[in-house]
Design a protein around this ligand. Structure first.
Ligand code: THU
Length: 140
């Protein structure tokens, strides 16, 4: 993946993001599925944030790598995500699950770029017409 600029002209170093996502897979806790996932994201202020999946014996409580990444984003100062790369332990891109697409929408908005399958797509393409904070302002 070559570097790209988003709609705000921010240059995204996809190779670096992928490298950090691969590193994050080595910190996953996945004793049940044995499917490690790592995510790395670029915040609008240039910060790099990462996450790994954290499983639980009560399987439904598992935290996806993107969920950990959002936690890292908020914990380190918040702001908007500009780009995210997600990979599995083999280093191959891993497309975000439905719940994580919603999390990325909340913290990255529709224009946030995601490499989850080797192609860069916007969150809006991954989750078209979704519910979000803006909808609540309509008729709260
Ligand atoms: N997983 C993620 O971390 N992110 C996704 O978007 C898809 C799934 C994790 C959850 C679980 O630990 C493992 O992959 C198998 O589902």
């Amino acid at each position: 993946m070559t570097d790209t600029a988003n709609s705000d002209g921010v240059t995204i170093d996809w190779a670096r993001l992928k490298q950090e996502a691969v590193l994050a897979t080595t910190r996953a806790y996945a004793p049940y599925s044995h499917f490690s996932v790592g995510a790395a994201g670029l915040a609008e202020d240039g910060r790099l944030v990462t996450g790994s999946n954290v499983e639980n014996a009560s399987y439904g409580l598992t935290l996806c790598a993107e969920c950990s990444l959002i936690s890292d984003l908020v914990r380190t100062g918040g702001g908007r995500l500009v780009a995210v790369a997600v990979v599995s332990g083999s280093g191959e891109p891993c497309t975000p699950c439905g719940r994580c697409r919603q999390l990325l929408f909340e913290h990255g908005g529709p224009e946030c770029l995601v490499d989850g399958d080797g192609h860069v797509r916007t969150v809006d393409e991954l989750l078209p017409g979704c519910f979000g904070p803006g909808r609540m302002e309509v008729d709260r």
